[in-house]
Design a protein around this ligand. Structure first.
Ligand code: CO
Length: 134
């Protein structure tokens, strides 16, 4: 079912400061910040040869990421995103096996313009998993 690792998301207080660490200290190539008000976040991508790291800063009062910073004051890994060839078939198989899909079982369009869904961390080794249609 799982394809490529699409990205690892790290939630941070200040996305520009985080990008500077990746660019200047770690020598990585980083993108310009991009605001996604509909998803409550500003994102900078760290482009690695085999995947990317998404630095995500909460945007707006209702950002779903704000709570994360209350319990992770320095920021931290938020989720891992894997690509799947058929998000609907993957969802059906996972639900059949008892896995819980967060926020309703219908895939939603994510910041990449592709269908995504999130799986409950308690069902997957304590890790929030995002699946994205490849
Ligand atoms: Co993501």
């Amino acid at each position: 079912m799982l394809g490529k690792l699409n990205h690892v998301a790290i939630v941070v207080k200040d996305v520009n400061a985080a990008a500077a660490v990746y660019r200047d200290t770690l020598g990585a190539q980083v993108s310009e910040p991009k605001a996604h008000p509909e998803h409550g976040m500003t994102v900078i991508s760290v482009n690695l040869p085999n995947t990317s790291i998404e630095l995500q800063q909460p945007l707006g009062a209702d950002s779903p990421l704000s709570n994360f910073l209350l319990t992770h004051a320095d920021g931290g890994i938020h989720h891992i995103c894997y690509e799947v060839a058929d998000i609907f078939a993957s969802r059906d198989k996972l639900v059949e096996q008892g896995a819980r899909v967060l926020g309703g079982a219908e895939p939603k369009t994510g910041p990449h313009g592709k269908l995504t869904l999130f799986l409950h961390p308690k069902d997957f080794c304590g890790t929030l998993i995002e699946l994205e249609q490849a």
